[in-house]
Design a protein around this ligand. Structure first.
Ligand SMILES: *Cc1c(COP(=O)(O)O)cnc(C)c1O
Length: 371
């Protein structure tokens, strides 16, 4: 056959996810931890992985890891579910709480994966855009949730919000949780940097789900481990839709070692928090550059001629994320907080771009990515 029947209709206008990862010297585009797992923890990982039976299916629920996470959060194991990265659990959320005739409430600009999953599962999306300074339009959100005609079955609030940077106010989240029985996922992928969590509200609200990941603070983006905290009845619904063996045995072993050693990551987290402040202050001094406040491990900033600024940085080996054509984010770039040396290189290049426009054209074939 030289043709194939059309794929499911909801795929027609979907563009496959593209992280826009390109070869660079400083990867400051994906909110990863700039430092890899190393030293003694790396050695422990090697030992733990050596003991994994590769011919056996993994424990589908990763119960050993689950127990470690549950214990750290003062919960029983049935309040925890581990996934193949937070992304799998986001998809499972749309599978279990979305679908035709049900509505997902979204607050753009936010993590694009939420809306993509809704489209894949034929879930209608109600968008309530953020207002000035990317604040949530709290009044409109509460009104929309209160109107039964909207049939909102779930919402996801990233806190801090990627890519804008600030937390959802906890008082607002409490009002949402009390006002609706819709599932409310609070995406805390960056909570180790914000130091704030909705965990204390978990027992009072059966509709609260907290999402976390090992990809950012714990340097494991390559390993694919995330988890949710939620009421056991909610976890049970996730168990029905998830792929039973999505979390492989090697990833489970690595994550166990890292989680047991999590206090060793604290100095790096503190460094990122302090570098975030330094980056923000330095960006503020550049003419025309407006950094947005961040409680996470990146800084979103407005810069004149943002696409050219992105190119200029890239030509000098520095990969940041270009949001300049994304709806609601026009003119912005997002820089992930790197090591102090990477942050210096980024600042120095951006300073040249902003202060020395002639130099933009002179040294484009410099020693960067095209060398
Ligand atoms: C990174 C991220 C996640 C989870 O990423 P995984 O690598 O799949 O665990 C979830 N939500 C947001 C907002 C993120 O930025």
């Amino acid at each position: 056959m030289d043709r194939v029947v059309a794929a499911a209709p909801q795929l027609a206008n979907i563009v496959p996810y593209d992280p826009k990862y390109l070869p660079a010297q400083a990867y400051l585009s994906a909110n990863e931890n700039p430092r890899d797992v190393d030293g003694d923890i790396r050695a422990q990982i090697e030992e733990e992985v050596r003991a994994v039976a590769l011919n056996r299916y993994p424990d589908p629920l990763a119960n050993d890891l689950r127990d470690l996470i549950a214990h750290a959060n003062g919960l029983d194991r049935d309040w925890v579910l581990v996934g193949n990265g937070g992304d799998e659990l986001l998809f499972d959320t749309a599978l279990a709480w979305g679908g035709p005739g049900r509505t997902f409430l979204n607050m753009p600009p936010t993590f694009s994966v939420y809306a993509a999953n809704a489209r894949l599962t034929n879930t209608p999306i109600m968008d309530i855009p953020r207002t000035h300074g990317f604040a949530i339009d709290e009044q409109r959100v509460l009104e929309a949730l209160a109107d039964p005609d909207n049939n909102i079955t779930f919402t996801i609030v990233a806190s801090p919000n990627n890519p804008t940077g600030l937390m959802a106010p906890p008082e607002f989240l409490e009002r949402v949780l009390a006002a609706t029985d819709a599932l409310v996922m609070v995406d805390e992928a960056y909570f180790e940097f914000s130091r704030q969590t909705m965990r204390p509200h978990l027992e009072q609200h059966k509709n609260l789900v907290i999402l976390r990941t090992f990809s950012k603070a714990f340097s494991l983006a390559g390993v694919r481990i995330g988890y949710i905290l939620a009421h056991p009845e909610v976890i049970r619904e996730y168990l029905k839709v998830r792929q039973p063996y999505s979390v492989d045995a090697v990833s489970q072993a690595i994550a166990r070692v890292v989680f047991r050693n999590r206090s060793a990551f604290e100095p790096r987290i503190q460094e990122i928090i302090s570098e975030r402040g330094r980056l923000t202050e330095a960006l503020r001094t550049l003419p025309g550059v407006i950094p947005h406040p961040s409680e996470s491990n990146w800084v979103l900033f407005e810069v004149p001629d943002a696409p050219q600024a992105w190119r200029f940085l890239y030509d000098r080996g520095i990969l940041v994320r270009d949001f300049s054509t994304a709806p609601g984010l026009e003119g912005t770039l997002r820089v992930t907080v790197g090591t102090p040396a990477q942050n210096d290189a980024f600042l120095s290049a951006l300073r040249t771009f902003v202060l020395d426009p002639d130099d933009r054209f002179r040294s484009e074939k410099g020693s960067g990515n095209h060398a």
